[in-house]
Design a protein around this ligand. Structure first.
Ligand code: ARG
Length: 459
């Protein structure tokens, strides 16, 4: 047992209590941030004269060595320490003696851990944004390449109206753009420095909180010391944003699973992103898409867990808050893995464009356009809707698509139909004439692609 306290205790901590309380197994994940925070704190202690410049330099130099040695593997983080803060401080004292004992002046583990978690999360937000940018770039490429890859658009998972693959992918592009901006918002809101809040009530030392905040790249210090040590809102916001990312990935995965099924065959996943069956030799399963869909539950779980953990905690710091770490670390790692794998999966999958087009032509996806044709030729829309309904019923009986019926057959239902109906309800017209901004027509899509070109260039 290696702990920073013990002076007022007369007995050793029970081993089970020690194990239950310790966090070294998981908080060593932010050793780098812990050391960087300590370097800033020690620098400030020197600059303000709370310790001497020589002492400050000695501490900072040794902390830098400790960081380097942990990074290159020459110094192992021992599991006998209670937490990462104890490990770093004990190692420092071990190496530079009494000077090392001055590092924790005007600081508590409460503001220290609040700082470490914020620094770690801030770095990871940047990493996730990087992965999202890669995904957005893949989606953008797919959009540019598939302006005339026709496919059915669905509502209720029933064929509705024809769209293009570019348009379908464009919907996800918008979702992930929102996800990206949510992360930016969170970053901007959380970028204030809790260091200097002490245990809960600040300190009597003349700490320069502006200095530590700016040394660590924050916009400024937090404004209430009790809130500083007990605020985990930014983690809840992050877990919520990660949950939304997962929800989007999961919806897309679900579609890919459907499209990759034997019945649809719209896409074929690359062998490198598929798995086989131990018994059925013919199988090629979309396990990656299924796992991405499945892991969503785990990330939602982290959000609900932390919300629940936080809901009954009185001000200020309470040990319950230690629970934020494993949940957040797991959610971050899970989401990073999901985005990267999903990106690889969709950038290597093959599109069966013919199957998609044939499917778009079947299922009366041009029925609305047939009704619009009648409207353009003087029929009121509600009447046109009824006429086309009867026409669809007739076509089903004949086992034909609307455009496979002869002009005589069409005219037997409504004399308004003329030869130009075939052009009016062709797939090319149905999609190509839909050119209000946001619609699937190529003209409209090109404008969106141009906007996205710009968006990505400035990301
Ligand atoms: N491991 C603790 C946590 O994650 C560090 C803070 C400890 N503070 C305390 N008062 N026990 O919250």
């Amino acid at each position: 047992m290696a702990q920073l306290w013990g002076g007022r205790f007369t007995k050793e901590t029970d081993q089970l209590v020690y194990n239950f309380n310790a966090s070294i197994t998981f908080d060593q994940k932010f050793y780098k941030q812990d050391i960087e925070g300590s370097i800033a704190h020690a620098t400030m202690l020197g600059k303000t004269g709370i310790i001497t410049i020589e002492e400050s330099d000695k501490i900072v130099n040794e902390l830098k060595s400790i960081l380097k040695e942990v990074e290159d593997g020459t110094l192992e983080i021992g599991s006998e320490y209670e937490d990462i803060h104890s490990f770093v401080e004990a190692t420092l004292i071990d190496r530079i003696g009494d000077t090392g004992k001055k590092l924790h002046t005007g600081r508590s583990r409460n503001d220290q851990v609040a700082l470490d978690m914020r620094l770690y999360t801030r770095d990871e937000i940047e990493n996730i944004k990087g992965l999202l940018k890669e995904l957005l770039t893949t989606l953008h490429t797919l959009m540019k390449e598939n302006l005339d890859t026709y496919m059915p658009g669905f509502t209720h998972l029933q064929k509705a109206q024809p769209v293009t693959f570019a348009h379908h992918v464009g919907a996800y592009m918008e979702m992930f753009k929102r996800d990206y901006s949510r992360l930016t918002d969170i970053y901007n809101r959380m970028n204030v420095c809790p260091l200097g809040a002490g245990a809960l009530a600040g300190t009597t030392y003349p700490l320069d909180r502006e200095l530590t905040a700016s040394l660590l790249g924050f916009d400024g210090p937090t404004l209430n010391s009790m809130d500083s040590v007990s605020d985990r809102d930014y983690l809840i916001e992050l877990l919520s944003a990660l949950s939304t990312i997962c929800m989007h990935l999961s919806r897309f995965s679900e579609e890919i699973i459907i499209w990759n099924s034997n019945e649809y065959q719209f896409v074929e996943l690359d062998d490198a992103y598929s798995t086989g069956s131990s018994i059925m030799p013919q199988k090629k399963n979309p396990d990656i898409a299924e796992l991405v869909r499945g892991k969503t539950g785990r990330v939602y779980g982290a959000l609900i867990s932390l919300l629940t953990t936080m809901k009954g905690i009185p001000l200020a710091y309470n040990k319950d808050m230690q629970e934020d770490k494993e949940l957040t670390f797991d959610a971050i790692d899970t989401v990073k893995g999901c985005i990267a794998l999903f990106n690889g999966m969709i950038s290597t999958m093959k599109l069966n464009k013919d199957n998609m087009k044939v499917s778009a032509m079947k299922g009366f996806t041009n029925a609305t356009d047939a009704a619009d044709y009648l409207v353009k030729n003087g029929v009121a829309f509600r009447d046109a809707h009824g006429i086309i309904g009867r026409l669809v019923l007739y076509a089903i009986e004949q086992n034909k698509a609307i455009d496979e019926l002869s002009l005589e057959e069409l005219q037997s239902i409504s004399p308004v139909f003329k030869e130009d109906i075939y052009d009016a309800i062709s797939l090319e017209t149905c999609v190509g004439k839909r050119n209000t901004i946001g619609a699937p027509g190529a003209e409209a899509m090109k404008k969106v692609i141009e906007i996205n070109d710009n968006y990505l260039a400035n990301l």
